[in-house]
Design a protein around this ligand. Structure first.
Ligand code: FE2
Length: 272
């Protein structure tokens, strides 16, 4: 197949994450026409592989996670000032979380894809392919999760907090009985994730039902194809400076800065 190293890298990344491009709005936005699902057949004309299944109107957010010009994953800027979520999430946590932890995931996926490229050209150690493939999965999932996470938040009273409206509100009521019952289950779900991980409100793709799930490793959810609506990072780096061991307090505070309008856009895309 006539293929560029860059497009091969990106298919590997998606394969490692267990993800079709259509399953994730942030990636879908960033995909060029050359990206395919991992097992897509080679084009008969020797040209570029077929276009991924990405709805043309799939653009609920301005998430720039990949730079076409450099062929590198990139760190998107926070959509608000680092102190904008105070007092619920403090500025220092935001600064470190975004500037250090998220940045490390971006560097990690670029590093891993580079190492896999070296292995393909026999410059690298093929015995390490399992290691680097795992690194792609871990770091790319961390990158995508965090890119979504920043946009799922907004300053309290200025886009953050309150309750969802529209079809998402109806779906939450249908799936959980009421918004209040959803909140109670969300808090309990997030509080009880073992170790580091995430809790997600997501659309299960086969039934189109909303579910609350735990993701003890940050790459696990995408294997199921679940489509994110709201996620909370409960790794200690997300809250420990302010809340120490009181994760439940962090979860409660988090709900004061949820950007439900963004979540509604993710839900609308997931169910159509
Ligand atoms: Fe995090």
């Amino acid at each position: 197949m006539n293929d560029s190293p860059r497009s091969v890298d990106r298919r590997e990344a998606l394969a490692a994450i267990g993800l079709a491009a259509a399953a994730l709005p942030s990636l879908a936005m960033a995909q060029p026409p050359s990206v395919t699902t991992p097992n897509a057949p080679a084009p008969k004309d020797g040209g570029k592989p077929p276009i991924a299944v990405v709805p043309a109107n799939a653009a609920p957010a301005e998430l720039k996670i990949f730079d076409e010009a450099s062929g590198q994953f990139v760190l998107p800027a926070l959509p608000y000032a680092k102190e904008a979520l105070e007092p619920h999430i403090d500025a220092q946590t935001m600064e470190i979380h975004h500037g250090k932890h998220h940045a490390a995931y971006v560097a990690g996926v670029n590093k891993a894809l580079g190492e896999l490229a070296r292995i393909r050209t026999a410059a690298g150690d093929s015995a390490l392919i399992k290691h680097w493939a795992n690194q792609v999965s871990f770091h790319l999932s961390g990158h995508v999760n965090h890119a979504l996470f920043w946009n799922m938040l907004a300053p309290a009273g200025k886009g953050g907090g309150g309750a969802p409206g529209g079809e998402l509100a109806k779906a939450i009521a249908a799936s959980f009985g009421s918004f209040e019952q959803f909140v109670a289950q969300f808090k309990a779900t997030a509080a009880s994730v073992e170790g580091g991980g995430w809790a997600w409100l997501a659309v299960e793709p086969w039934s189109k039902q909303l579910v609350l799930i735990q993701q003890e490793k940050q790459q696990d959810m995408w294997v199921t194809g679940a489509q994110p609506v709201l996620g909370i990072d409960v790794w200690e780096h997300a809250y420990y400076l302010k809340y120490q061991n009181k994760r439940a307090d962090y979860v409660a505070a988090f709900l004061n800065v949820v950007n439900w309008r963004f979540c509604e856009s993710l839900f609308a895309r997931a169910v159509r």
